[in-house]
Ligand binder design. Sequence first.
Ligand code: AHR
Length: 516
Amino acid sequence: MIKNFKRIFLFIGVASALNSYSQNEIVLNADKGKEIINKNIYGHFAEHLGHCIYGGFYVGDTNKTIPHKDGVRLDVIEALKKLKAPVLRWPGGCFADTYHWKDGVGPKKERPSMLNVWWGNVKEDNSFGTNEFLNMCELLGAEPYLSGNVGSGTPQELSDWVKYTSHPNGSSPMTDLRQKNGRPNPWNVKYWGLGNEAWGCGGNMKVEYYANVYRQYATFMTNWNNSDRIYRIASGASDADYHWTEVLMKELPANMFDALGLHHYSVINWSKKGSSTDFSEREYFTTMQRALLMEELVTKHSEIMDKYDPQKKKALAVDEWGGWYDVVQGTNGAFLFQQNTMRDAMIAGATLNIFNNHCDRVKMANLAQIINVLQAVILTKEEKMILTPTYHVMEMYNVHQDATLLPVSVTSNKYILDKDTLNAISVSASKDKNGITHVSLVNIDAAKAQSVSININGANYKSITGRILTSDKLQNYNSFESPNKIVPAVFNGAQLNGSKLNLNIPPFSVVVLELK
Ligand code: AHR
């Protein structure tokens, strides 16, 4: 008996040693690309919340200390252009269903103030409104995505917003108003959300009811120039609410919508989210469990959509995602300001790999939120601005934008914590318009480096270069005192031998390889 126990222990020991040190195997099918990774998967979200707009993007057009154009910070614009931010959702979030756009146009002195009831009851003076936002998108080279007020607005109000922003000059009182406000030509806004979280802050509706409301609002959002450019996104499910997706797919007429939303945050526990910087490995592990759940959510929501739309004409737009922790101590609890560590880089890298690999259905995603709120890519403090690890991941990954997805299969080692396991390695690959292949890999293991072997089918690469984002502590972050603690570096750790590529990825690191 004792002998048998010994044998069992020996076997378990050898098996786990093998697991820790064996190779992660990836097969890259370089000649099997079919789907395009829509650049909008790398999209962003800006809400009138905390210092996302005011102090983040907008410092006011009379500001004398921070360089700006019409009140919009130029350092932020420059950083976001470098990121190639393709699309920006605005003005919410929960704020969107309380927002009446006409309060935010015309001479600033005449714009009424309101209380931002969702986010701290602070005064919203409407100095940043439709013209400011759409002009800013032009400056950024990003497509605007306007989130319409369905919860407390009217069909007329939303229909007027479409006319104000997008109908040809001289075609209605709304386009006359636009001209009076200094903008004769339309901005031609393509992306429109019909409410936000209609199941919650957007009106606490049941999905059957929302489907009817959606149909009513969508009816009056007319196209312009007889073109079909308007793209309507229905307020989608929260997490695993598959009933929501099922009912919308069944009840919304195909000619009335283009995409369904989906919101999923990586939060440990809604009543105790934990610190954004001072966290244990267990908290990190749980955050990653939540983040990797995105794979299951996207797969299952897509399966439901497949039943009604096998040709995949309708998209899934994950228009809110990211890590959510307790606010930084000493900051306003309603402003959702958190720091951004290597944990957030892991969420970003792994989640973007999931979106890339599901690009047949996921055509847009919007990280929550772009500046100073939740998993931000930029933090500002008066005239200072820093880029977070999440920014750097999105910048490294922007090579995938509008590239052709190359299918990969992965046999990953496990990242083990106590009795729990997660796949350590995540990967996606694409071929860009110049024929260059990029492979993005994440090792989420908090302690172990992972050696990876990639078998390449269907291509004969001659050269390889790479970049890495890593740090010596998972809890590290960029601060205003030390803004460049975490920045991408050259990665020389990959060897190419014919059709085999070998590399060793340090713990909690993101690597992007370029193959020619
Ligand atoms: O991103 C913060 C909030 O999270 C949004 O306003 C809302 O849509 C979601 O619940």
